[in-house]
Design a protein around this ligand. Structure first.
Ligand code: A1S
Length: 213
């Protein structure tokens, strides 16, 4: 059964193979399939400056195979919205310990039937609730808005739509809530937790001394 594994600085060493597969899948999907040419790398691994010890990955893994993934990154550090897409957040860039940026979301082609997608969406809500993360920010193509509405995510735009590589895109903030988690769980027919996580692992709390330093 597909579970969503939480991978952060403290347990990355246990997931070396899966992270390698995840970076290769990102290249396959974002560069080759979606045509985001700027992300092309000769080694076939889509990795950027935010793939570092501060990133948290929620990977959908089925029998050791990565079938989907997403990345969270602290907004108190320089992140994509602050460094690259700041002009899209006309209302200002939300930044706080409890606000993370959400990027690099995908499901492998063979699993695009909604089920893995719902699991990843439920996982991000559950993980954020458990960690006390209150909000996620993201820059997305406009078609995400009806998708989020359908699964009960509470979304507010941070600015007006802007064209990126020929696609209308928007910066948005998603409020984390138990109701959203329950709604996406209901839609997906999910009961109980999907997350596999080290009980000692708390990426948000672990960051606090670092931020204060
Ligand atoms: C940043 C994202 C942040 C959240 C972090 O009937 P359909 O096929 O039209 O239904 C589709 C569409 O409505 C819509 N959709 C999916 N891809 C679209 C696209 N490129 N343009 C416009 N609409 C699109 O979603 C419906 C269901 O899609 P699906 O692919 O058949 O199935 P599933 O399982 O829901 O998977 C959706 C995702 C987005 C995960 C999958 O298509 C994927 O991994 N795509 C490639 C990666 C990607 O584009 N990620 C988003 C940017 S990251």
């Amino acid at each position: 059964m597909t579970k969503i594994h939480v991978i952060a600085r403290q347990n990355q060493h246990l997931y070396k193979d899966q992270l390698e597969e995840y970076f290769r899948l990102r290249h396959e999907i974002f560069v080759k399939e979606r045509g985001w040419r700027d992300l092309h790398r000769p080694d076939g691994r889509e990795i950027d400056v935010y793939d570092n010890d501060d990133a948290v990955y929620l990977l959908a893994i089925d029998q050791d195979r990565v079938v989907g993934g997403q990345r969270l990154y602290p907004t108190v550090l320089p992140h994509m919205l602050s460094e690259v897409f700041g002009h899209m957040a006309h209302r200002g860039i939300p930044r706080a310990d409890r606000i993370f940026e959400w990027t690099r979301y995908f499901v492998v082609r063979e699993r695009r039937m909604g089920r893995t997608d719902c699991r990843l969406l439920a996982a991000v809500q559950q993980f954020c609730l458990e960690e006390g993360i209150t909000e996620l920010t993201a820059v997305v193509e406009m078609w995400w808005l009806p998708r989020w509405q359908q699964v009960g995510f509470k979304v507010k735009p941070l600015g007006l739509p802007t064209m990126i590589e020929g696609q209308p895109c928007i910066a948005a903030a998603i409020t984390i809530s138990r109701e959203s988690l329950e709604q996406v769980r209901r839609l997906a027919g999910l009961r109980g937790s999907l997350l596999v996580r080290d009980s000692q692992l708390s990426p948000v709390l672990d960051r606090v001394p670092y931020v204060a330093a």
